[in-house]
Design a protein around this ligand. Structure first.
Ligand SMILES: [Ca+2]
Ligand SMILES: [Ca+2]
Length: 272
């Protein structure tokens, strides 16, 4: 009887060890589908493509009250974000970066899937221009503000919601409808020489102007208006190595079970 208990304990310990070997490898790599949605009222603001990065928390694109630099200006003034992507890559070379969708009109949705290492890149950073505007954008000030994955690889966050009073003014271009993207001529831009601040009130200054998409703009925004939502759908992707580990683990369990049957044939009847 004692022999049987020891044998069972050995098998159980071996199984636990094999499973422990397999689990971390499976948890590290996942597919993350990012869905963005423009929640602004009909005929209100649209958004340029969303620039995103799954990262280690080291890339800080801007600071409230600080002078905007080239990376965030490339998002805020034109939307293309080339300098933002380049600065991100330089600060955090192993980040998984990309750009989601095209011009996102009020009510529109767009999605893109990224393969992400949850232990290497647990944080999510983003930025997109809001239009019409001279230099307005959405984005996270603190690089570690949105932790998507916990230390054990589990999902920590399902959505990020943005309200009108969370829209930034880069402070880099003077408010001027004639020079504003989506309603004016960006070549007419003038330096503002100010700092990054919250600002959505200036959107009302574009009311009545025809946008590049053909609709007549009407801000209709109040401070707590929902304007944007980012949602995360996560599905596991076992690394190729973990299949081999799993197969080896199952074979080991089978071997132990077979040895028990062969080596201790009386066990089945000992308890009877
Ligand atoms: Ca910052
Ligand atoms: Ca401005």
């Amino acid at each position: 009887m004692t022999h049987r208990i020891h044998s069972l304990l050995r098998t159980a310990t071996g199984t636990a060890a094999v499973l422990a070997l397999c689990a971390p490898a499976q948890a590290a790599i996942v597919d993350v589908t990012v869905t963005v949605q423009n929640l602004a009222p009909v005929n209100s603001i649209s958004f340029a493509p969303l620039h995103v990065g799954f990262n280690n928390g080291s890339f800080d694109a801007f600071n409230l009250g600080g002078v905007a630099t080239a990376p965030i200006i490339s998002v805020a003034e034109g939307g293309a974000g080339g300098a933002w992507q380049a600065a991100f890559a330089a600060a955090d070379p192993t980040a998984t970066r990309g750009t989601i969708g095209g011009l996102l009109l009020p009510g529109a949705t767009s999605s893109l899937t990224f393969r992400v290492d949850t232990s290497l890149n647990p944080f999510f950073t983003f930025g997109a221009m809001a239009v019409p505007s001279n230099d307005f954008f959405i984005g996270n000030d603190r690089p570690t503000e949105y932790r998507l994955f916990n230390a054990n690889g589990s999902q920590n966050l399902t959505t990020i919601g943005i309200k009108a009073n969370e829209i930034w003014d880069a402070g880099s271009e003077v408010f001027d409808p004639a020079a504003a993207a989506f309603v004016g001529n960006n070549d007419l831009r003038r330096d503002q020489n100010s700092v990054v601040a919250f600002n959505f009130a200036e959107f009302a200054g574009f009311n009545g102007l025809t946008t590049g998409a053909g609709y007549v703009f009407n801000s209709a925004l109040t401070a707590d208006s929902d304007v944007y939502r980012i949602s995360f759908g996560v599905s596991p992707v076992p690394e190729p190595g973990s299949y081999a580990l799993l197969a080896a683990g199952l074979a080991a369990i089978g071997l132990v079970a077979r040895r028990r049957r062969v080596g201790t044939p009386a066990l089945g009847t000992a308890a009877a």
